[in-house]
Design a protein around this ligand. Structure first.
Ligand SMILES: Cc1cc2nc3c(=O)[nH]c(=O)nc-3n(C[C@H](O)[C@H](O)[C@H](O)COP(=O)(O)O)c2cc1C
Length: 201
């Protein structure tokens, strides 16, 4: 008898562990498919808004994910008004999708934010040091670079930097890797515990 060994399907608990393992790996590995996620918010005019973010921390124990952004960016205004967010990540090689949604909190000061700044490459990024807030209309692409001021020092970006914390309330795992048995698992947070179930893919 030849052929590939038949893998027994994972149960809901195993999928839950794998989901968080994937998120943790994405934090560590720049090339991990879930490192780059899409984050959807509700725009100030009520329309949906989505953009790319990098996953910066993931803790199953604390039920917490974080990403970094510029305090001046429109998403911060949106989350300040409506703190709910939805993230989606995709692994196009393994045919996996993870969706996470929940409430956010914006850390504008404090030690967690300072530690995040100094331990990430962000403090070297020009993006946080620009004079123009993200989204400001400009006539030419080069106008984004600040020519009217002396180049601000690296620490200058810190005042624009914030950490967005997300406490997941819903996790949705879709595995389309096996053509004959795709599976989708849902985890809903209720009273500080996860209630898991299968749902149709
Ligand atoms: C690969 C990639 C990674 C990005 N990571 C982030 C990020 O971690 N945080 C962030 O604020 N913007 C990030 N951006 C830029 C955003 O997608 C977006 O253009 C910017 O934050 C403005 O979004 P807003 O106008 O919705 O606030 C990234 C863009 C790309 C292409």
């Amino acid at each position: 008898m030849g052929g590939l060994p038949v893998m027994s399907p994972m149960n809901l608990e195993q999928i839950y562990s794998r989901l968080w393992d994937c998120l943790a790996a994405a934090v560590r590995e720049d090339k991990h498919p879930f490192k780059v996620m899409q984050a959807a918010t509700i725009g100030l005019d009520g329309s949906p808004n989505v953009r790319t973010i990098l996953l910066r921390s993931a803790s199953e124990t604390d039920n917490l994910l974080t990403f970094h952004t510029d305090l001046r960016s429109p998403k911060v205004a949106e989350l300040s008004r409506e703190p709910r967010i939805a993230l989606v990540g995709v692994d196009t090689v393994r045919n996996l999708q993870v969706r996470v949604s929940g409430e956010t909190r914006i850390l504008r000061d404090g030690q967690v934010r300072a530690d995040a700044w100094w331990s990430s490459p962000d403090h070297g990024l020009l993006a946080y040091r620009t004079r123009l807030p993200p989204g400001t209309p400009i006539s030419h692409a080069e106008d984004a670079l600040d020519k009217t001021h002396d180049a601000p020092g690296p620490d200058e970006g810190f005042k624009h930097f914030c950490v967005v914390e997300l406490r997941p309330a819903r996790l949705d795992w879709l595995d389309l890797s096996a053509t004959d048995r795709s599976c989708r698992a849902l985890y809903v947070r209720q009273n500080d515990a996860w209630v898991s179930s299968w749902i149709a893919p």
